[in-house]
Design a protein around this ligand. Structure first.
Ligand code: UDP
Length: 338
């Protein structure tokens, strides 16, 4: 299959590109490199030994997208492109709504024009909101998001559901990711956030190589086993394989499905710190800091639907995630731009 990856140069997109190649598909990338760079695609080419057609364009640029669909027989789209920093979205809500919604609307219009009816969307567990019970199941109604980034994911799910409802021949798969971490085991591609990372694992990785002094653990008084926040961390390569399965599923099944991609296991912040130190033989200095506003105590996925519908489940463990993250960080201390 020819599969267009919007935002395919990013962290999850680049790993998905590798797994699609391994499965015999033909990925094509469109990315504006606002939060990524072409180097990641060149690294994917190195890993796979394949040339990856790629375009530098904004997904909200209808003319550019029209040309890409005209030049390529696209069977399916995986839509990753979007701004993704929670804190930034609180400061710049209009930019987030404009960018994330515009790109999706333009993409759907261009897909419709070219008769492409299969789309897999990069959604997030953030759309569940702060649920009173774990694990999170796809049929739980959202209790509302806590920031504009989350609301854009929520709204895009609604847009795609509506498009599918009006066009029953479409296949829409909404993948709700939990906490993707890790890197490809080659050490060639991984997460390369701009500036000081907001997320836990990229922050730890920078502390590990001495670029940042110490980790602040946001709260140790949550109702969890060690008092620190619990999340469902998933290896990005497992996540990428989930996308391959989702594309296969979309080809066969018209309709709209929400599917969690998580492991079903929760780990605390201190579990992550301790495992990272142990497997990598490196010290992670940390201090306990106040809770971060908007954070919840605990979430993890019920991953049974992914197994039932896609035949997918996560295979890598926390040690793999910590080892692979550190390998990418030590080999690329300045990220792709180094
Ligand atoms: N966290 C932390 N220090 C950091 C970043 C995150 O203690 O510098 C904690 C955070 O409070 C949460 C967990 O790590 O309990 C995961 O946070 P992240 O931002 O990676 O993901 P999210 O909160 O979106 O699930």
């Amino acid at each position: 299959m020819n599969i267009l990856l919007t935002g395919g140069a990013g962290f999850i997109g680049s790993h998905t590109c590798v797994e699609l190649c391994e499965a015999g598909h033909h990925p094509i990338i469109v990315d504006n490199y606002v939060n990524s760079c072409e180097e990641s695609i060149l690294r994917v080419e190195k890993i796979t030994g394949r040339k990856i057609p790629h375009y530098q364009a904004d997904v909200s640029d209808a003319q550019a997208m029209d040309r890409i669909f005209f030049e390529n027989e696209i069977d399916c789209v995986v839509h990753f492109a979007g701004l993704k920093a929670v804190g930034e979205s609180v400061e710049q809500p209009l930019r987030y709504y404009r960018n994330n919604l515009d790109t999706t609307l333009t993409l759907c219009e261009v897909m419709k024009k070219h008769g492409v009816r299969k789309i897999v969307f990069s959604s997030s567990a953030t759309v569940y909101g702060n649920q009173p019970v774990v694990p999170y199941r796809e049929d739980m109604p959202s209790v509302g998001c806590t920031n504009p980034y989350g609301w854009t994911k929520f709204m895009i799910e609604k847009i795609l559901e509506g498009v599918q409802h009006a066009n029953p021949e479409w296949s829409v798969v909404l993948l709700r990711y939990f906490n993707p971490i890790g890197a490809h085991e080659s050490g060639l591609i991984g997460e390369d956030p701009a500036g000081i990372p907001n997320n836990l694992m990229p922050f730890i990785a920078k502390v590990a190589v001495g670029e940042l002094k110490k980790l602040s653990v946001f709260g140790n008084d949550y109702p969890t086993p060690d008092g620190t926040g619990v999340r469902d961390y998933i290896h990005v390569v497992d996540l990428a394989k989930g996308h391959v399965k989702a594309c296969d599923y979309a080809m066969e099944h018209p309709g709209c499905e929400i599917i969690n991609l998580g492991t079903g296991h929760g780990y605390s912040v201190l579990d992550i710190v301790n495992t990272f130190q142990r497997v990598n033989h490196v010290e992670i200095p940390y201090e306990i800091a106040p809770r971060r506003p908007g954070d919840i105590a605990e979430n993890y996925a019920d991953p049974t639907k992914a197994l039932k519908l896609l035949g997918w489940q996560a295979e890598k463990n926390l040690e793999d995630m910590c080892r692979d993250t550190y390998r990418f960080q030590t080999r690329n201390p300045k990220g792709y731009r180094g």
